[in-house]
Design a protein around this ligand. Structure first.
Ligand code: UD1
Ligand code: CA
Length: 460
């Protein structure tokens, strides 16, 4: 039978080096809090219980992470990673194996966590280590002449020889829960920071004759810790590169893989082309042959086959059919649904509206709270006046209606199928189907009218 697994994520620190009011673990990486990335990796192991240790900004961290499968343990005041682990062990089952990870290593791979947990299930203390070019600021793995791990020494407490060690502690370890509880209870704050270091359990395990194994991370970039905004930006760059590479391998053309930000899930069909500077957030799905022009923002959007979004367009919570042309400079706001072959041109804003197949609003328009049929032409400068200062009202436009330029449709209002609305009309009552409705003053020409002239008798 498999050994039950508990997991602990340490997220109580302030992260002073971020110089921020926001707790470090809530700083976003690729659109998600740092610690959410760690939690996703932990969850992939399907532990029976997960404890998140909170302290600095505890309410904000709890609110950001709240989920049924998490228990929160409050560490107050924060007195080091060993102290944080003790607090978490108190709210977890006391049997099985417990995996501990710090909350600021967002790229930690599931495979590495899994190896450490498996090694601990053999009755040992397992520590995830890495060999790095620059170990500055990290805990060093001290081995004896036989190569066995004897201790972890924090940089501040290390001597010159220890500082020269390139193998470092990643902040992930696992052990049989009973042993870990015992060691954590015996930690002392005898170090330069006066903190209870989780890393000191290694020396305690050695003293107890419990084997300590180091599992080496396969890629040192995966265990990059984030302590300041420079490191945050560096890790963001790694995520950007990895996601861009995965997209290209899946058949997406990127104008420049260094200039795309995928901050959520982007799913693409074949032969999708994405120009520079685009940002994808939430869940975005691009069907085959979609082309996205430069500097577009798409959040929770689905685009149909061969739809084109031109430069500088902003699309949020929208569903767009196939063969559509959006932009440049278009804005689709939440609850927009466009049928096939719809054209939304420059400086056109659509909100909470449905547009049927082949409808067009090519220039300078606002369509809000509207149900529009198919084949409608919505002229330049026309708008739906959907707000009376208190409530929003709907507009209904039938199939093949043609709304001239610079019209105002004062909602609630209905424009019948095939109706034509003359340019410059203010439509506040139903415009019947199939007829021309014009609502503007008639043009008149005044015969015999003389423009006033300046007096020419200036001589004196
Ligand atoms: C820690 C390790 C170090 C390792 C490095 C890897 C210790 C003593 N040091 O150092 O060996 O090389 O990570 O990146 O473990 N936290 C709490 N409560 C506390 C203190 C910290 O929950 O009282 C949490 C923080 O929120 C953070 C994590 O623990 O998520 C690590 O804390 P941090 O102060 O960044 O540790 P490092 O100095 O980076
Ligand atoms: Ca850290």
């Amino acid at each position: 039978m498999a050994v039950p697994l508990n997991a602990i994520v340490l997220a109580a620190g302030q992260g002073k080096r971020m110089r921020s009011a926001l707790p470090k673990v809530l700083h976003p990486l690729a659109g998600q809090p740092l610690v959410a990335h760690v939690l996703a990796a932990v969850r992939a192991l399907a532990p029976r219980a997960i404890a998140v240790v909170v302290g600095y900004g505890a309410d904000a961290v709890r609110a950001a992470l709240a989920a049924d499968d998490l228990v929160f343990a409050l560490q107050d005041p924060p007195q080091g990673t060993g102290d944080a682990t003790r607090v978490a062990l108190d709210v977890l089952p006391s049997d099985g194996v417990t995996l501990v990870t710090i909350g600021d290593i967002p790229l930690i791979p599931v495979e590495a966590l899994s190896r450490v947990a498996a090694a601990a299930a053999q009755g040992q203390l397992a520590v995830l280590t890495a060999r790095v070019a620059d170990p500055a600021g990290l805990g060093r793995i001290v081995r004896d002449d036989a190569g066995r791990v004897r201790a972890i020494v924090e940089e501040r407490d290390a001597n010159d020889a220890e500082r020269g060690i390139a193998e470092i502690n990643t902040g992930v370890l696992a052990a049989p829960t009973a042993l870990l509880r015992d060691w954590v209870g015996r930690l002392t704050p005898d170090n330069s920071q006066g903190e209870y270091y989780l890393t000191d359990v290694v020396a305690l395990a050695c003293a107890d004759g419990v084997p300590v194994v180091a599992e080496l991370a396969s890629d040192a970039r995966d265990i990059a810790g984030i302590n300041d905004r420079v490191q945050l930006a560096a890790v963001e760059r790694i995520v950007r590169e990895r996601r861009a590479e995965a997209l290209m391998r899946d058949g997406v053309t990127l104008a420049d893989p260094a200039r795309i930000d995928v901050r959520g899930h982007l799913r693409c069909g074949v032969d999708v082309t994405i120009d520079v500077g685009c940002i994808f957030e939430g869940d975005v799905t691009l069907a085959d042959g979609v082309r996205i022009g430069p500097y577009c923002v798409l959040r929770n959007v689905t685009l149909g086959i061969a739809t084109v979004v031109e430069a500088y367009s902003h699309l949020v919570d929208a569903e767009v059919g196939s063969g559509c042309r959006i932009g440049p400079y278009a804005r689709l706001r939440p609850a927009t649904a466009l049928g096939a072959d719809v054209h939304i041109g420059n400086f056109v804003e659509v909100k909470a509206s449905t547009l049927g197949a082949g409808s067009k609003a090519n220039h300078l328009a606002y369509i809000g709270d509207t149900t529009m049929g198919a084949g409608v032409n919505f002229g330049a400068g026309s708008i739906t006046a959907n707000y009376d200062g208190v409530a929003k009202h709907g507009t209904t436009i039938g199939d093949r209606a043609s709304i001239g330029s610079n019209c105002v449709l004062v909602a609630p209002v209905v424009v019948g199928a095939g109706a034509t609305i003359g340019a410059g009309s203010v439509i506040a009552q139903e415009a019947p189907a199939g007829k021309l409705t014009v609502a503007r003053p008639r043009q008149t020409t005044i015969e015999g009218w003389q423009r006033p002239a300046k007096s020419t008798s200036r001589r004196s």
